[in-house]
Design a protein around this ligand. Structure first.
Ligand code: CTP
Length: 411
């Protein structure tokens, strides 16, 4: 399915800086966004920022790249036009069909849903002219969000504040989904994903850890959000920005991860265990930093085994009809290939799907690319060629959607 196309019109208000966050959420969740700022908007946030965040050049006037007829093409090809912040002036122009720059032209040619997120001073929002303009736009089918109530630019406060970026994003995505522009095969599915790597403390400053970055787990989360799922991520020591639209629960150790996963699993239809969970933890935790006693001696650290969280989840199935997906990093040995080792684990862990990665000194950890084989308990094996972690994530969700039929959530 092609990426949904969003035109993000930016009006000339101080809240334009908050719209950078809205843009980031769109691009990170797989939308193709063309930013169309007004000339006044560029006085608040410059073109390089919009271009860098969207990956496309921006222009404000109809006179740039005229041969491409942008004032018609942008509106015609968009799946959604979002205007944020929508100033009193922009609302007035839209209500009256004025078209004196690229954004207002785009609004006239758009045949897709249009969402306005207003931001202005309370007096302007409450002025009868603005009220009538908003009523006109709503009557014609545009969605005009109500501004938030709170602190405005100066010392004053009241209705007129731009809604929070997360709220604007959610509202826009809901409109796209209703318009059929988003893939819906995971719509409403509650999924829990573990990501990152656990750290098992030895003393207040030291831990046993691993190199997992969380990139694959976060790619799984972003892909699931984009396909309509309700996503909870149990993140073990991940320093990446939170995936847009997902709920993130932070944990440190394997035992914390186990508790968080089991609590979330009770209410989930799909579990994906992607975190690198430490198999062992130090038996004793030293309350104060372990010191060297002399030049030659070194302490011996006794380890105990951690529970195997995935094996427990595969066995216990904490919600009826739950789909459980694991990951296995294998090197293979002289007797068995990495894939043979993976196949055996499908039954041993009682999972529905196992993503088997071949690992080695330079493979997978911390890298942007990956490859693997998705092995199903039903015997179906899907090879995922070397590509982005997002591509592997989408291949996993394809298999999950297949296994669950329509992918629509059960009660
Ligand atoms: N896993 C887990 N709990 C553990 C260890 C691993 O839930 N204590 C999960 C990981 O999230 C991942 C899968 O199990 O989904 C990884 O399995 P694997 O690498 O096979 O785990 P190991 O126990 O390290 O396997 P091996 O004994 O072969 O090294």
């Amino acid at each position: 399915m092609p990426k949904p196309r969003v035109v993000l019109g930016v009006g000339g208000g101080i809240a334009a800086y908050k719209v950078c966050e809205v843009l980031r959420r769109f691009t990170e969740s797989g939308h193709d966004v063309q930013v169309v700022p007004t000339a006044a908007a560029l006085r608040f946030v410059g073109a390089p920022t919009w271009e860098a965040l969207s990956g496309h050049p921006v222009s404000t006037e109809v006179w740039d790249r005229v041969s491409e007829v942008p004032h018609v093409r942008l509106g015609q090809s968009a799946d959604l036009v979002l205007v944020a912040p929508a100033t009193a002036d922009l609302l007035a122009k839209a209500a009256h069909g004025l078209a004196d720059d690229l954004l207002t032209n785009t609004l006239l040619t758009a045949r897709c849903p249009v969402v306005f997120a207003p931001a202005m001073h309370t007096e302007m929002w409450e002025h009868p002219a603005t009220r009538e303009n908003v009523a006109t736009l709503r009557r014609r089918g545009a969605i005009v969000l109500d501004p938030a109530v709170g602190r405005l630019t100066g010392a004053d406060s009241g209705p007129g504040r731009l809604p929070e970026p997360a709220e604007i994003f959610e509202a826009a995505v809901a409109v796209l989904r209703r318009g059929g522009s988003l893939p819906e095969d995971l719509l409403g599915l509650r999924v829990v994903i573990s990501a990152g790597g656990t750290r098992e403390p030895l003393d207040p400053v030291r831990f046993l850890g691993n190199r997992s970055s969380g990139l694959q787990g976060y790619a799984l989360a972003a892909a699931a959000v984009a396909r309509g799922a309700e996503v909870t991520v149990v993140a073990a020591n991940v320093t990446l920005p939170d995936p847009a639209g997902a709920k993130v629960i932070r944990v440190g150790t394997a035992l914390e991860l186990r508790d968080a996963m089991r609590a979330a699993a009770v209410d989930a239809q799909v579990i994906v265990a992607n975190a690198a969970v430490a198999d062992f933890r130090p038996k004793n935790y030293a309350e104060s930093k372990i010191k060297k006693s002399d030049e030659h001696s070194a302490p011996v650290v006794e380890l105990v085994q951690n529970p195997h969280v995935l094996r427990e989840l595969g066995r216990d199935r904490l919600a009826p009809g739950q789909t459980v997906v694991g990951f296995a990093a294998e090197t293979g040995d002289e007797r068995d290939s990495f894939l043979d080792l993976g196949r055996r684990k499908v039954a041993a862990y009682g999972v529905d799907l196992l993503v088997v990665n071949e690992v080695g000194a330079d493979k997978v950890f911390g890298q942007q690319v990956t490859q693997g084989v998705i092995v199903g308990a039903d015997g179906v094996e899907t090879e995922v060629p070397l590509g982005s972690k997002r591509a592997l994530a989408d291949a996993v969700w394809d298999r999950v959607a297949q296994l669950r039929g329509s992918g629509v959530a059960e009660a």
